[in-house]
Ligand binder design. Structure first.
Ligand code: MN
Length: 285
């Protein structure tokens, strides 16, 4: 199943070219964390979804609908630094996720399809990183890699937008709008092997990244296992699994798109509205 959020408070199943509204059928009480979060916090979301009679529910055309981020305020976004060998080479980085561990992005950095991504600094490069996003469905703590996928609800295209300043990694990746997520979450049963997906990312229509998730250093299983050894992963948490080679600067007025096999295409625009010079950031000396 593909699960989208519309109008901030409604959960829809994407069925062919229709959005079927399942909010009332599931009795979802909605807050600012969104209707999918409310569903994921229940005992068995997959069973509830399977029990729905979609043909009997109200629907509207997918075409032209404005979709929101499926999870607008995840409890946490866990990131994997340097998790593809070709990206390790382009960054001239000696280490990988095996040495660096994971990092956190602020939940408030999430933005939905369309964006915009806001460039914070006029004079410091901000890059796109196209990534496979993993949505946790079941609480995970000290989970072994061979059981890790039992804790995954689904997958979603994600952009890990990053400023290449000297600031700490969590700062550089946590500006508001720096985690575009969407267009929807596809449940794990429809995805199969998460290490056999093609990921492509375009900036201003130019293909910058074209890779297979088979080339991750830590696969989804290993990332869930590793992260759950550090922190409790909760339903609705998102893991950004790292980016392949081909990262590069964004420019105001431009666009970014990331597409992953079977998961859809996420597109956002880029603006420098509100950007400041790096030397003018608060507290700079
Ligand atoms: Mn990244």
């Amino acid at each position: 199943m593909r699960l989208a959020s519309v109008a901030g408070t409604r959960l829809a199943v994407v069925a062919d070219d229709r959005l079927v509204d399942v909010t009332d059928a599931l009795g979802l009480a909605v807050d600012r964390r969104g209707p999918l979060q409310a569903l994921l916090e229940r005992d068995d979301p997959a069973a509830e979804l399977r029990a729905l009679d979609l043909a009997a529910l109200p629907s509207r055309p997918l075409d032209g609908a404005a979709l929101d981020a499926p999870l607008p305020r995840p409890g946490k976004v866990v990131g994997a630094p340097v998790n593809y060998r070709d990206h390790q080479a382009e960054m001239r980085e000696q280490h990988t996720v095996a040495d660096l561990g994971v990092f956190l992005k602020a939940g408030t950095s999430v933005v939905g399809p369309g964006g915009p991504v806001r460039l914070p600094y006029r004079d410091v490069r901000t890059d796109q990183e196209g990534e496979l996003g993993v949505v946790i469905g079941r609480t995970a703590r000290h989970v072994a890699a061979d059981r890790a996928l039992d804790h995954v609800f689904g997958y979603v295209p994600l952009l890990d937008i990053t400023v290449r300043s000297g600031e700490d990694r969590s700062t550089r990746k946590s500006f508001d709008t720096f985690t575009p997520l969407g267009p929807w979450v596809t449940t794990a049963d429809e995805v199969g092997d998460p290490q056999a997906l093609r990921l492509r990312c375009w900036v201003d229509g130019e293909l910058r990244q074209d890779a297979s998730t088979a080339d991750m250093v830590f696969g989804v299983r290993e990332l869930v296992a590793y992260a759950s050894h550090v922190m409790t992963l909760e339903p609705g948490d998102v893991i950004a699994t790292g980016t392949p080679a081909g990262v590069g600067p964004l420019a105001a007025g431009g666009s970014v798109a990331v597409e992953i096999t079977g998961l859809g295409r996420l597109e956002v625009t880029v603006t420098d509205e509100g950007a400041v010079a790096y030397a003018d950031r608060p507290g700079a000396r």
